[in-house]
Design a protein around this ligand. Structure first.
Ligand code: 4NP
Length: 162
């Protein structure tokens, strides 16, 4: 199994969106049996909660179901459990680096949009998925647009490892 963990701050907007998008794209690619997906937050504020309703609604319009996800906090053991630990923004990445354990790990945390960029994302200078929590409704659509694009790149990388 190849294991992918998406990480944001609260685990109720961006990382569950990426979780739902990647799961469905993997199903469409026939890769559900070989890749496992999860998501987590660096903060514990929303542990046990379902994704933000605005994220769920925006995702549902594109046929992604996020309703069964429940927030959890990222932990040191995630770095020995997952093959990819993908942060949504620079501060998430810094927070993750602070909990990387000193022993053997499978992966260092990486910035999702930067590692799995595209010519379009590069042209727009996008390396982070911006936090939509306090912003306008458009922010949730933008999260989906960026995440969909980078997930396609991630799937290419996963395929190259199979
Ligand atoms: P997320 O968004 O990190 O994409 O889940 C946020 C969710 C909650 C908060 C901030 C960001 N908050 O401050 O509670």
């Amino acid at each position: 199994m190849i294991k992918v963990l998406f990480v944001c701050l609260g685990n109720i907007c961006r990382s569950p969106t990426a979780h739902g998008v990647l799961e469905r794209k993997l199903a469409m690619a026939g890769l559900s049996d070989v890749v496992e997906v999860d998501s987590a937050g660096t903060a514990a504020w929303h542990v046990g909660k379902e994704p933000d309703l605005r994220s769920q609604q925006a995702a549902r319009k594109r046929d992604y179901d996020l309703s069964h996800f429940r927030a959890r906090q990222a932990i040191a053991d995630d770095f020995s459990e997952f093959d990819y630990v993908l942060a949504m923004d620079d501060s998430n990445l810094e927070n993750l680096k602070a909990i990387v354990p000193s022993g053997a790990i499978k992966t260092e945390p990486q910035l999702f949009l930067q590692t799995f960029s595209t010519p379009n994302l590069k042209a727009k200078g996008l390396t982070e998925v911006p936090d939509p929590y306090y912003g306008e409704k458009d922010g949730f659509e933008e999260v989906l647009d960026m995440v969909e694009e980078a997930c396609d790149q991630l799937i290419l990388d996963i395929r190259s490892k199979l």
